[in-house]
Design a protein. Structure first.
Lengths: 121, 514, 627
């Protein structure tokens, strides 16, 4: 057995790591230093940052809800992909099973939808 | 690419699980689309009809099951006689518990909160506590949980078992958090149960991985075969067995994995507690029996002393701690722990007799414990259930009928002859005696004598104390609770007086197919 | 007969069930149901009696097996009933006298809130008592035995909020347990040696047993009989049992239940006749008890207690009779029946007096009631004359033959027991006359709150009249007829060769003479009331003083040691048994309290303890693998 197929991957990892370290390390030395207020602020996608209380504060539970909903559909995709790949071998049986599976996921979706889980406000 | 062979599915064997799963999905859709007012009756009917259909499927299947046609779904599921018996038991116990869950006559809107997400104590919370009827999601959640339990006792490999474990546990965690009153303690209980349950699941999963390492497969047949042939790393076998057992013993509430029990039993809404006390116990011991009997039969001389030590600890800790309890639900929680110990004694009988006696015990205990919690839901005052024992003083004067019923239940727990508690203890102890575990029987008898003390203390308190200002009255139960209570008490007495039919059934069913 | 006999028991049982389970719904008519049930049983009993009488003498026994009661291993006990001449007379006594007392109780309990409960217990008693006399094996007898014990216990402490009633109930229960334990062991012994408890099989097997076994078995049965019938040394509960309502005292503690011991011995006559030592023991117990009862009866001032001690003493006569064996078995039974009439009569009379006198029970506080309660006076007089044995009232025909039979016992013991029985007759005459005179004659010595004592309502006086008639005529009617009737069960031919010391005539003259003397002394002493009115400790009259000394002696010899023994046992029980139990409980409780601290409510501690447990379990598994 040989590890040879993995050598290029390891090389790639090493190269990427080196590049990142190098870039971060070299920047303070070679770049110009001109500070203003905007640059000293926390970076938030160019938006004016909202003041936060000490300790992080609270933010709406909706974020979590959205994240959880995402997971449901994420898992659906994970199942759909291998099914699609071997669709021919699985045949009608696989097709029916997948419809049942999607139907089950739809039950959850319908519940969330009707109960207002998709409304932001 | 290699051809994929399609699994053969025996739909008749899988029908009970499929029906319950389908009914639960229908329940979710009902909650999504039905108008608010109509949800409760529809949900109740759908759930009960589903349970009846599933029970019919179990009964139909029971006539036809043989050693050859038991295993199905590519070897993932073994619907053999013990599985069918336990499934039937789970469905009936679940249906009785569902009656309590569905009761709305005792309290406006039922025992469950309308919106569990609303902050406790806020204005919105006070509004909903007074007015809104409870969440109807409890019905599909209960059915999901039951369908998971059905799969759990029929699982023929460890991975299926793990998935089933999660399927029946997650709805239970949620149900625990949904109490209408004392919401903080209910949520705390749910969180504790969830955290510790996840912790125990991790042990189970780790054990499963180690066993895969040992046998190169996860079916019980494969594990049994490897243990027999002596192939594979023995350390992996024992470590794996230990970890898998821990996961199961957690659900069974055996010492030292019992710590969650009192807090969760006390905090959860009482109907949910009854579901946990009856059905979870059945499922956990069904799973434990299958793992130990079907998977690790070959090494039973090695695990017996350890399980025996756990059984002794469980019986003693459960009964001794029950003595100083002052809350009736906590008292029953410790009693449930001690009963897990008695069940473990039966498990160690390690024979068809052990298997049948444990199944007998599970049925007998399940009905009695549901009836006990049904009475607890009735004893209430303006703030909901009055669970502190001092409040039960003199109940015999206030409500002689329910005090009598509760006395019968407590006498059954205490193992007084002519109640199911006696026959079932007799069954497990004699199975253990037959399996050369007589010292366990001695500890069991001592423990049940200790445990009789707190029960009898409650009896004495109910009958011989004068009712004080504090003694709450008993609410008139609705039809559903009455039905649950009657079923529980009648079976408690029937099994105590005429245990033969049930004994016959369990001994018929006592043979695992792997 | 197939349905008749079970119905006898079933009717009062059903009525008791309705009354006790029916709750307040039955409050309004419950007492009438309670009266009807024993009456119905009485009618059925009469029918069954006549059917039985139609049969030829040898076939007069009807046995029926209802179901298998216990069937395990070699132990087979059937739920079987037996209706034979002995059962028949008991059935008629229980239901007949029982019906009258039930009727009386309707009036007596009319002001009591618990009347329905009372009748429920009362019917339960009747059912259990019928079961006792109708069983065809010892286990059935024991069932009834325990049933009447339970009913008696419930009824003695019927007024449970009275401390003395509750205590008396407990005392009765405990002393009965001692006897019952003996009885139960006797039944076990029977099963161990003979393999059966069926009367017929047991009696057939007695001949094969060794003398020691028969003696042991008989003594154990006797212990049971002594407990139930208040015989020496278990006599002291019976007078205390008078704390119950008066109808209870009349039915249970005078007419029927307390005579169950006599029934037991008469029923077991083949066992007792088989061993001479055993018979001597029974006779001694009877003689001793009858003397104790008389002597204490002389010294008591409470009307019900005097009657209670007289019951003890009369049952002593019956024990004397059954102990003598042979023909005296039947004599004891007819005395029992006659006693059922006159003692019930007097108890109900006492109840009637108390009813009119604001529940006063002290005879020193009565006097001159003759004018105010003519019916009670007249009926009580019949009972009084009957018990002291004035011809031609019933006591004369039933008690005197026992005294004669005692004299005719061979050897010096005949003189002893005969003398004791005769002395007892004199004493009985003395204290019963004292009771009668102090209550109904002489000056009024009432407490101030009573102005006009009144006669009781008809519902109470009618049973009195019936019972009075019974007291007068029963003895004469039963003298030969019942003795002949009982012959198939109580075979008189087994008797030892009697010596004929005294003839019927001499016996009758002797006993009537001593009775008249006793009664005369009492009348002379008490016709002007008693000096004891205000100073209970200072007895004036010499004869009475002697009796009181005897009573004090009695207390010192029998009651005090009994009390000490009880106290000692209680102490031992408290310190020894309870101490052990308490310290065990303390250990368990302490352990529980300590373990409880581990359950502190923090998930982190729970997780830690689970982890520790998991490590231990995994470690243990690996140890097993290495070891």
């Amino acid at each position: 057995m040989s590890l040879s197929p993995y050598v290029p991957i390891v090389g790639l990892f090493a190269l990427a790591a080196l590049f990142a370290l190098f870039s971060v390390a070299i920047a303070p030395f070679v770049g110009p230093r001109r500070y203003n207020r905007a640059k000293l602020d926390a970076y938030e996608c160019g938006i004016e940052p909202t003041p936060q209380p000490i300790g992080g504060g609270r933010f709406p539970v909706k974020f979590y809800l959205t994240a959880m909903l995402f997971i449901v559909f994420d898992i659906e995709i994970i199942f759909l992909y291998p099914w699609a790949v071997s669709f021919n071998q699985l045949g009608v049986f696989g097709f029916i099973e997948m419809i049942l599976f999607i139907g089950t996921v739809f039950v959850a979706y319908a519940y969330v939808w009707r109960r207002g889980g998709l409304d932001w406000d | 690419m290699k051809d994929i062979s399609l699994p053969h599915l025996n739909y008749a064997a899988l029908a009970p699980m499929l029906i319950l799963f389908g009914v639960a999905c229908v329940g979710v859709l009902v909650d999504a689309f039905a108008p608010r007012k109509a949800r409760y009756p529809i949900q109740l009917v759908v759930a009960l009809v589903g349970l009846i259909a599933a029970f019919v499927a179990v009964v139909l299947r029971a006539g036809k099951v043989t050693a050859e046609n038991a295993i199905t779904a590519a070897g993932a599921v073994s619907v053999d006689k013990p599985a069918l018996f336990l499934q039937g038991t789970l469905i009936v116990l679940g249906a009785v518990a569902l009656l309590l869950i569905g009761e709305r006559a005792l309290e406006r809107g039922g025992p469950f909160v309308a919106q569990a997400a609303i902050t406790v104590g806020s204005d919105a919370d006070q509004r909903q506590a007074a007015r809104e009827s409870g969440a109807t999601e409890v019905f599909p959640l209960t059915i999901f949980s039951l369908s998971g339990m059905l799969l759990f006792v029929a699982a023929n490999d460890l991975l299926t078992m793990f998935v089933a474990l999660e399927v029946f546990s997650l709805p239970l965690y949620l149900l625990c958090a949904l109490a209408r009153r004392r919401r903080l303690i209910s949520q705390e209980a749910a969180l504790k149960y969830f955290l510790l349950g996840a912790y125990a699941s991790a042990f189970f999963l780790f054990g499963l991985a180690l066993l895969y390492g040992f046998a190169g497969g996860i079916t019980f047949a494969k594990i049994n075969e490897s243990a027999q042939n002596g192939t594979g790393n023995i350390t992996l076998l024992y470590a794996g067995l230990a970890l898998v057992s821990i996961g199961l013993l957690f659900k069974a509430a055996a010492v030292p994995f019992h710590v969650w029990t009192p807090d969760v039993y006390q905090g959860a809404p009482t109907p949910v507690t009854s579901l946990m006390a009856a059905c979870t116990k059945v499922a956990a011991f069904g799973g434990l029996l299958r793992v130990l009997y079907a998977g690790f039969d070959r090494v039973h001389w090695d695990y017996s002393p350890i399980i025996a030590a756990i059984a002794v600890l469980t019986m003693l800790v459960g009964s001794i701690l029950a003595v100083t309890q002052t809350d009736i639900k906590r008292l029953l929680a410790y009693s449930s722990i001690a009963n897990a110990g008695y069940l473990l004694v039966g498990v160690l009988g390690n024979s068809a007799l052990g298997l049948s006696s444990v199944m007998f015990y599970l049925v007998a205990y399940g009905f009695t414990v549901i009836a006990a919690f049904a009475v607890i839901t009735l004893v209430r005052d303006a703030d909901g259930e009055a669970t502190h024992l001092s409040r039960w003083a003199g109940l015999g004067r206030r409500s002689p009928f329910y005090a009598t019923v509760f006395t019968v239940i407590l006498l059954s727990f205490a193992g007084i002859p002519l109640t199911s508690g006696f026959t079932s203890k007799f069954a497990v102890f004699s199975a253990a005696g037959g399996g050369d575990q007589s010292w366990l029987v001695i500890v069991g008898v001592v423990s049940s004598m200790i445990l009789a003390f707190p029960y009898l203390r409650v009896v004495v308190m109910m009958w011989l104390s004068e009712p004080g200002e504090q003694t709450p009255s008993v609410s008139l139960p609705g039809m559903l609770t009455s039905a649950a209570l009657v079923i529980g008490v009648v079976i408690t007495i029937f099994v105590g007086v005429a245990p033969q039919p049930l004994l016959h059934l369990t001994s018929e069913a006592a043979n695992f197919i792997r | 007969m197939q349905t008749l006999i079970p119905l006898l028991v079933a009717i009062p049982l059903a009525s008791a069930a309705i009354l006790l389970l029916g709750g307040r719904l039955t409050d309004r008519w419950g007492h009438w149901l309670g009266v009807l049930a024993p009456m119905a049983s009485f009618v059925l009993g009469l029918i069954a009696f006549f059917k039985l009488a139609d049969l030829p003498v040898d076939a007069r026994a009807y046995s029926t097996q209802l179901w298998n009661f216990i069937d395990s291993g070699s132990l087979h006990v059937g739920f079987g009933l037996l209706f034979d001449p002995l059962s028949a007379v008991f059935v008629l006594l229980i239901t007949g006298v029982g019906s009258l007392i039930h009727l009386y109780a309707v009036g007596y309990m009319s002001h009591d809130e618990g009347r329905r409960r009372f009748f429920g217990y009362f019917n339960l008693f009747v059912a259990a008592m019928l079961l006792l006399v109708l069983g065809n094996n010892y286990v059935m007898l024991y069932l009834g035995w325990e049933g009447v014990g339970l009913a008696s216990y419930l009824l003695i402490s019927f007024w449970y909020n009275r401390n003395s009633a509750a205590t008396a109930g407990k005392k009765a229960f405990l002393m009965n347990r001692v006897g019952d334990a003996g009885f139960a062991i006797g039944i076990f012994l029977m099963f161990a040696t003979l393999g059966t408890t069926q009367y017929t099989e047991v009696f057939a097997g007695v001949a094969k047993l060794s003398t020691g076994t028969v003696l042991m078995m008989g003594l154990l049965l006797l212990l049971g009989a002594c407990g139930k019938s208040g015989q020496f040394p278990l006599q002291s509960w019976l007078p205390d049992a008078m704390e119950g309502p008066t109808p209870v005292s009349a039915l249970i503690h005078a007419a029927t239940m307390v005579t169950a011991g006599v029934y037991l011995i008469a029923r077991s006559n083949p066992i007792f006749s088989a061993n001479a030592t055993l018979q001597t023991v029974v006779v001694s117990v009877g003689a001793l008890t009858l003397l104790i009862g008389c002597v204490i009866g002389c010294a008591k001032d409470d009307i019900k207690r005097v009657l209670a001690w007289s019951t003890v003493s009369q049952i002593g006569y019956m024990f004397l009779g059954v102990g003598l064996g042979g023909g005296a078995y039947a004599l004891a039974i007819i005395h029992l029946l006659a006693h059922g009439f006159f003692k019930a009569n007097m108890f109900l009379g006492a109840g009637s007096v108390m009813h009119g006198m604001n529940d006063q029970t002290d005879i020193r506080r009565f006097g001159g009631l003759r004018k105010y309660m003519p019916v009670t006076w007249l009926t009580f007089m019949m009972g009084w004359l009957a018990i002291i044995g004035i011809p031609p009232l019933s006591g004369f025909f039933t008690k005197d033959p026992i005294i004669e039979a005692a004299f005719n016992r061979p050897g010096w013991t005949g003189w002893l027991f005969g003398g004791v029985a005769l002395l007892g007759a004199g004493l009985t005459a003395f204290y019963m006359t004292r009771l009668f005179v102090l209550t109904f004659h002489g000056p009024k010595r009432w407490t101030e709150d009573i102005e006009h004592p009144h006669e009781s309502p008809w519902i109470m006086t009618i049973p009195l009249i019936f019972l009075a008639i019974g007291s007068v005529v029963a003895g004469f009617m039963m003298k030969t007829s019942v003795v002949t009737w009982l012959t198939p069960v109580l075979d008189p031919t087994g008797a030892e060769d009697e010596v004929h010391r005294i003839t019927n005539v001499t016996g009758a003259i002797l006993s009537v003479a001593i009775t008249v003397v006793g009664a005369g002394i009492a009348y002379m002493l008490f016709r002007r009331g008693t000096a004891l009115v205000e100073q209970p400790a200072g007895p004036v009259v010499t004869a009475a003083r002697n009796n009181l000394y005897a009573d004090a002696f009695n207390v010192a010899v029998f009651e005090k040691p009994g009390n000490w023994l009880t106290r000692g046992l209680v102490f031992l029980d408290y310190r020894g048994v309870d101490g052990l139990v308490n310290s065990l409980a303390a250990i368990v409780g302490g352990g529980s309290g300590r373990l409880r601290r581990l359950q502190n409510g923090f998930v982190r501690s729970y997780a830690l303890s689970m982890l520790t447990g998991a490590l231990l379990v995994v470690g243990a598994f690996l140890m097993v693998r290495l070891g």
